[in-house]
Design a protein around this ligand. Structure first.
Ligand code: ATP
Ligand code: MG
Length: 317
């Protein structure tokens, strides 16, 4: 951590949730929100809550949706100096409703919101120049301006001896644009830590066997891979190191959104603070599990003390 803060780049959104289970938004219904959201924002808020130095390069509108996000991030200790406030674009939003089978219907306004306007401002450049780690969210690589900032940040921070992590949460369906896929492969080639969940491991490795996919990625130079398995917990893989499996904590899932982001932030922050992989993995599992017990993607972020208390008090699956 001595080298500088952990930074990330990408979408800040509000999330507005249907209060009932069902299919989509074709009839009037009750909604709850706005909640602060956006994968990079949730991630960086969790880093800061744990006491990690943290900053984000992002853009919001000059509206309440933007203000509630920036206020939350600032209050939790995130450096918000590189969040641009746009007069002409509203803050991004995501409406979500769960179906009975757990599938989700979304209405997104990202590309044509302020989030689509992320770019390399002078404040962004200044933050990149003092950063020690860049966390790349796959989702952000679909925003052309964010992609440019990410590639600049990865190069700059690695040149000064910093490190890079990648959450490949970029759905195949979104990979229509060559730029997104090219930049994804560029980041993957230099990442020190990869945090995939489910199918993302196979997409990244181009293989459908877990052991083979992990081996291939480790041999390509990725130092650590931490695989997220939802309510099955998570696993750590390092080149030449024994695999570590971590059972999930037994919790009642209220809202799964944001678990992966909190998990990744907790793992990275523990590692940057000098914790060994097994302890970092345990804290990350706790951060993911704690987050799903709260409604709202960013409402279940944890301090280190909260994680320690949760670990001591909660049985495992
Ligand atoms: P998202 O993209 O929705 O934020 P993800 O797919 O990246 O999530 P998950 O595997 O769903 O990530 O969750 C991350 C981690 O959080 C899991 O590896 C696990 O440790 C914890 N977790 C998630 N869901 C549960 C649950 N229902 N019970 C206990 N732990 C959970
Ligand atoms: Mg994910």
């Amino acid at each position: 951590e001595a080298l500088g803060p952990t930074i990330t780049v990408g979408e800040i959104l509000v999330e507005i949730m249907a209060t009932t289970v069902g299919a989509g938004f074709l009839e009037p219904q009750s909604l709850t929100g706005p909640y602060p959201s956006g994968a990079p924002a949730i991630f960086i808020d969790q880093v800061a809550r744990m006491g990690g130095a943290a900053g984000i390069i992002a853009a919001v509108g000059n509206d309440d949706f933007g203000r509630l996000n920036v206020d939350r991030l600032r209050q939790d200790g995130v450096d918000v100096s590189a969040i641009a406030i746009h007069e002409d674009w509203p803050t991004g939003s995501a409406f979500v409703r769960y179906r009975p089978n757990g599938a989700r219907d979304f209405v997104f306004n990202i590309a044509r919101s302020a989030a689509g306007q992320v770019g390399l401002t002078s404040a962004a450049e200044a933050l990149v120049r003092r950063a020690g780690h860049v966390h790349v969210m796959g989702t952000a690589l679909t925003i052309p301006g964010a992609r440019e900032v990410i590639l600049y940040a990865v190069e700059t921070v690695q040149a000064r001896g910093g490190s890079v992590s990648l959450d490949p949460n970029l759905r195949k369906e979104l990979l229509t644009d060559d730029g997104a896929l090219d930049s994804f492969n560029q980041v993957l080639a230099t990442a020190d830590l990869l945090l995939p969940s489910g199918e993302e491991l196979f997409t990244a490795a181009g293989s459908t066997d877990e052991t083979a996919a992990v081996a291939k990625l480790l041999e390509s130079g990725i130092g650590e891979i931490v695989l997220k398995r939802g309510e099955q917990g998570a696993s750590f893989f390092g080149l030449g190191l024994p695999r570590i499996d971590c059972a999930a904590f037994a919790v009642d899932e209220v809202d799964p959104t944001g678990a992966g982001d909190c998990f990744g932030a907790a793992y990275l922050t523990c590692r940057r603070k000098g914790m060994e992989p097994d302890a970092a993995l345990l804290h990350a599992n706790a951060a993911g599990a704690r987050n799903v017990t709260r409604l709202g993607p960013m409402e279940g972020v944890s301090t280190l003390a909260e994680l320690a208390a949760f670990i001591a008090a909660t049985p495992r699956r």
